[in-house]
Write a protein that binds this ligand. Structure first.
Ligand SMILES: [Fe+2]
Length: 239
């Protein structure tokens, strides 16, 4: 399974996952259709599914056009069935969604939205974490509670440490400044910031990250308890 990173809108990332044997593919969170169509056409990809981590417009904006053009099926969380227009396939927490090309475990990770999910491809150790876990950060709490977000991040922390993390936005550099401000002597973080800057200088995405790197550097995963986490989340909202 190959992952292609597609830049969308200002700072969003959509992802194509491709079965290289037959070029069958899914797109994760198509913010807009055009960059996806351009890539699919250029590489002769058979787009089969849209996987949505949550219902925000910058994650589903391309759904309709892609569905119209390619007849793809839209996959999303069952409780978001009224929030994701034209959704076809409903998935639930802990379910394994599978077909002849792909197999992903669904992990319900509420907080940013109530119906937010992670698609975890366990065979390849790849997780699409949407706007819940960012590299060096986590999403704002819009619909859920601090408790829910903290519990959701704890679920993701339990994935194997070499799991690759692909998230919804390129926020890594800004996030790193926040981590550094509140954890000044983290050598792992210093090393990661050096790598991030190097990637950005070369116009490359800072993703994927890994669970191991996030455990070592992401202050939100390093928070000891709900109280510390909540304080950090408030500080970050005004950072
Ligand atoms: Fe979002």
């Amino acid at each position: 399974m190959k992952v292609e990173i597609i830049k969308c809108l200002q700072d969003n990332y959509s992802y194509l996952i491709i079965n290289e044997k037959n070029q069958n593919a899914c797109v994760i969170d198509p913010s807009e259709a055009k960059p996806i169509i351009d890539f699919v056409e250029k590489k002769n990809i058979n787009l089969k599914f849209i996987l949505n981590t949550h219902h925000h417009y910058d994650h589903i904006g391309g759904n309709n056009e892609l569905k119209k053009k390619y007849g793809v099926k839209i996959v999303g969380f069952i409780n978001d069935k009224d929030k994701i227009p034209k959704i076809d396939i409903f998935v639930e927490n802990n379910q394994t969604w599978m077909n002849e090309d792909f197999q992903a475990k669904i992990i319900h990770i509420p907080g940013h939205t109530l119906g937010h999910i992670c698609f975890y491809f366990s065979k390849d150790k790849i997780a699409f974490t949407g706007d819940t876990l960012f590299s060096l950060g986590c999403g704002r709490i819009f619909e859920g509670t601090y408790e829910q977000m903290f519990a959701s991040l704890n679920k993701l922390k339990k994935l194997p440490i070499d799991t690759k993390i692909y998230c919804g936005h390129e926020y890594t550099l800004k996030n790193s400044m926040f981590c550094l401000q509140y954890e000044k002597n983290n050598k792992n973080l210093e090393k990661k910031i050096f790598e991030i800057k190097d990637k950005l200088k070369n116009n490359l995405p800072t993703l994927p990250s890994t669970i191991g790197e996030e455990l070592a550097c992401n202050i939100f995963l390093r928070a000891k308890n709900l109280e510390d986490f909540s304080k950090l989340r408030d500080l970050k909202d005004n950072f």
